[in-house]
Structure formats: structure tokens, C-alpha cells
Ligand binder design. Sequence first.
Ligand SMILES: [Zn+2]
Length: 75
Amino acid sequence: MENRVVQGRMVTPQSLAELIEGDSVMDAENISDADRDCPECGENVVEVGYMPSVTEFVTGYKCQECDWATTDRDE
Ligand SMILES: [Zn+2]
């Protein structure tokens, strides 16, 4: 499934990655359900792998219901 609803709006892999990164990204993989719940509100968390630059690959996590987001870079 390509597009998902996050905080009430439809996101593509690219737009979700940019939401998590807070900046533009070069490329993003498909969005999938992360094997975790949001630590803030307990709702579902989605994950997306993306490349913020040619030399870096990051997995980003975003709650579908609130502002919580993180990446494997921050953990
Ligand atoms: Zn949440």
C-alpha cells in the first residue's frame, strides 16, 4: 500500500519521509506498519526507509495520530 493517512491527511512515502526529516529527501521506500506503538498516545506507528542524501539511509517512524516521530539515527 503506497499512501497512508497520517494525522488525518494522505501521505506518500516521499511526503511522509519529508515530514519526519523536516527537510527534503532524495528517495523513499514504501510505507509499512512499524512493530511498535506510539510512546505518546499508544496509536499505530508507520515506518518508511528513505535517503536524506546519497550516502545515508534512514528508517523513520511516525505516529499516525499525533506529532510523535523519530528515526533510527536518533535511537
Ligand atoms: Zn502518537
